[in-house]
Design a protein around this ligand. Structure first.
Ligand code: EPU
Length: 436
């Protein structure tokens, strides 16, 4: 049992073998300024795209995350030389010969499935473990498979692996039944060294797709239209490709997490190194909920929250609509908002795993199918909670920051996959949050 107290000294660190936790003394308004790091969901794909060429690329503004280390492990396994550190990843893919990404690696980082496209493009062969489902949903790959087949690859699924082979890849028109990020990325990268033109219709339009296409163009690829529903890729030869030094975009989901936190605690913060264009749907929803948000400079926003947020209706949809990845963090705010809120999740089958944990903190949430009805309570109460997945762990931290008393969040391996030094950044904003 955690003893509630009004003051919290920095707790002792966990000993060997003990699970780390975040200990949060809630109820302190946030103030000050914070920087976001590079976008995890962009850098992982750009690391894969660096395999398209034989030359060395340097990626900058890279966050220090376990997911980045794991992706480095996957492409090292394929034969690339990879150095990670000081906000950079240097990738020398000249000696890549291996085209198999095994289960032990892909099962730890499902995003590494995206090596399929560049391997097939460069070597006309790839064997990549199926990533399988995950806690938040089924996460199918049928659209990846269909797109690569339309480019002329023979794609088979056998004993848990995707085998893709081609004597030649040829540009094609590919319509995606839904704008999947992963399918857009794999097909876009496979088409870079195909013969002729590929057009992806109903492509994902997310900023991370644009960043990936910009990288491919920086190394000599020819991609147009990224960021719209139609992406055109004109095939080039491998000798046209070269290395590049390239900056990753800021992490819009990290910025969104800080925005939600100040809504839960009250206060005023400035978020630097953020691209407001990437988070308009979130800005607009948080304004409706009562936040005062101003865009200061091209990469700086100020968020001020006075009093209790108002409840809202939210539906997650593909970009540029409200992002599924912000659904759990915003629910943590709605849990203590005035009035009743409805949140509908349309991207994943099972992304309400934070609900049970928020209920432990006093939230009144009922889930029916893909909708959650949240009756805002005046204040959440600190409790011991366990992170079930990455964005749910951010939700629990936000809830803890706004709650009365002490919250202990365990299951931090999820948080560390996608947030760099989150507790340090929150301490810089005046929060009492410690890892032990
Ligand atoms: N889908 C299919 N068929 C496919 C591909 C996808 O039915 O062939 C379905 C999936 O089952 C899922 C939905 O489409 O229900 C969306 O999948 P998508 O392919 O767009 O997602 P992803 O590429 O696997 C990325 C992010 C996720 C983010 C989604 C949606 C990375 C590493 N992951 O996943 O981020 O939720 O796009 O925006 O970029 C996170 O950061 O916490 C996270 C889960």
């Amino acid at each position: 049992m955690t003893t509630q107290s009004t003051r919290l000294d920095p707790p002792k660190r966990a000993g060997d073998g003990e699970e780390q936790r975040l200990i949060i003394q809630g109820g302190r308004p946030l103030s000050g300024s914070v920087n976001t790091g590079g976008a995890k969901n962009a850098v992982l794909k750009i690391m894969a795209a660096a395999l398209l060429t034989k030359e060395t690329s340097v990626l900058r503004n890279v966050p220090n995350l376990t997911d980045v280390e794991m992706m480095a492990g996957v492409i090292r396994h394929l034969g690339a030389k990879v150095t990670v550190g000081n906000g950079e990843v240097i990738i020398n893919p000249r000696d890549v010969q291996e085209v198999e990404a095994p289960y032990e690696l892909v099962s730890q980082l499902r995003a590494s499935f995206v090596v399929l496209g560049p391997l097939l493009s460069r070597f006309k062969a790839a064997k990549v473990s199926l990533p399988g489902g995950c806690a938040i949903g089924e996460r199918r790959i049928d659209l990846h498979e269909r797109g690569l087949k339309l480019l002329g690859a023979d794609v088979k699924i056998d004993h848990g692996y995707v085998y893709a082979n081609a004597t030649k890849l040829t540009g094609a028109k590919i319509y995606l039944d839904r704008p999947s990020n992963g399918a857009t990325e794999n097909i876009m990268m496979a088409a870079v060294l195909a013969e002729g033109q590929t057009v992806i219709e109903n492509a994902a339009q997310d900023p991370e797709i644009v960043n990936l296409a910009d990288f491919v163009n920086a190394i000599g690829g020819r991609i147009q239209g990224a960021g719209t529903y139609q992406i055109t890729i004109d095939g080039v030869n491998i000798d046209d490709l070269h290395g590049a030094t390239f900056d990753t975009i800021p992490d819009r989901l990290e910025a969104g997490t800080f925005m939600c936190a100040v809504m839960a605690t009250g206060g005023e913060i400035v978020i630097e190194k953020v691209n407001p264009h990437h988070i308009y749907s979130l800005i607009s929803k948080l304004q409706e909920m009562g936040a005062e948000i101003s865009i200061y400079a091209p990469d700086t926003i100020k968020v001020k929250m006075v009093g209790r947020p108002r409840g809202a209706e939210i539906i997650t949809l593909p970009y540029p609509a409200f992002p599924t990845d912000m659904q759990s963090p915003v629910m943590a705010v709605l849990a203590s908002a005035e009035g009743t809120s409805i949140v509908s999740e349309t991207i994943y089958e099972n992304r309400f795993m934070q609900v049970g944990e928020l209920r432990r903190m006093g939230a009144d949430i009922a889930v029916k199918g893909n909708a959650a009805v949240i009756k805002g309570v005046p204040r959440l109460m600190g409790a011991e909670v366990k992170s079930p997945d990455l964005r749910a762990s951010a939700a629990l931290v936000i809830a803890g920051l706004g709650a009365e008393g002490i919250t202990e969040v365990s299951g931090l391996s999820h948080l560390d996959r996608g947030y760099e030094k989150l507790e340090e950044k929150f301490r810089g904003l005046g929060a009492s949050i410690w890892r032990r």
